[in-house]
Design a protein around this ligand. Structure first.
Ligand code: NI
Length: 254
């Protein structure tokens, strides 16, 4: 049994949501955590979580929204995160891949949402692209907050630094790509701090690379990690489920 700890689900990417949910159930996927990270997808994610038992959500404004988000949006977000099936805030963080023009806005938005996480005792899901140094310095300002470094792709040293701060690393389809340094990272850190994720509809694992991704491919990622560490898939399933349940609280809504 598996949980996809980070994916996106929107009618913009999938024609038939019911079919996606059913395929997940047929492929040992017990729950998925979908991330709403724009104004519209936050609302859409919350709606899906009300409709389907196996859908939980993290919500929060992605750094790419830094120029768009209004004060009213943020006030509403504070109300939205109090809904029971919200298990975390994210994806939030910093993205310098396309330039640094809005760096201050990105940092302010990130810090504002870290404060919400601290106030409501929620874990965070972090998006950090070409911004490791600044991400770590902001996370260090919030020693009471822990979370998931979504789609981790850094070095062994960076992995160890995040883990020492109490963070988990989200591992997805990239681990199945040729020449990825994630193989080395996983050999070094083992299963103790790993969460499984797809980031669907993006980053489908080999042999589906380039196609629309889906949570149903989580077992492919687990199989690859089992191969790297020379352990059983069952072991990867058990350990990553344990890690996921340590970080995210699925029970408070019951
Ligand atoms: Ni994502």
């Amino acid at each position: 049994m598996y949980i996809d700890t980070h994916c996106h689900l929107s009618i913009e990417d999938y024609d038939d949501i019911e079919k996606v949910i059913q395929e997940n159930r047929n492929n040992q996927i017990d729950k998925i955590i979908i991330s709403g990270c724009t104004k519209d997808t936050i609302v859409e994610s919350l709606e899906f979580s009300k409709k389907y038992n196996d859908i939980f959500v993290t919500i929060g404004y992605h750094p790419s929204e830094a120029n768009i988000v209004s004060d009213e949006d943020l006030q509403l977000l504070e109300k939205q995160i109090q809904f029971d099936k919200v298990v975390g805030i994210g994806e939030i963080g910093l993205d310098y891949h396309y330039g640094k023009e809005d760096i201050d806005k990105q940092k302010n938005l990130f810090i504002y949402q870290m404060k919400l996480a601290e106030k409501y005792h929620l874990p965070v899901v972090i998006h950090s692209r070409d911004a490791t140094f600044d991400t770590i310095s902001i996370l260090k300002q919030f020693p009471n907050v822990i979370g998931d470094i979504h789609c981790f792709s850094g070095s062994v040293e960076t992995a160890k630094e995040y883990i020492a701060m109490g963070y988990y690393l989200g591992i997805g389809g990239v681990v199945t790509f040729k020449n990825t340094n994630l193989v080395h990272v996983i050999e070094e850190i083992g299963l103790d701090s790993i969460l499984l994720e797809t980031d669907a509809p993006y980053l489908a694992p080999t042999p589906y690379r380039g196609q629309i991704n889906s949570s149903k491919y989580i077992p492919i990622i687990a199989r690859k990690i089992a191969e790297i560490l020379n352990v059983s898939e069952e072991m990867v399933s058990q350990k990553t489920l344990f890690n996921t349940n340590q970080l995210f609280d699925f029970h408070s809504f019951l």
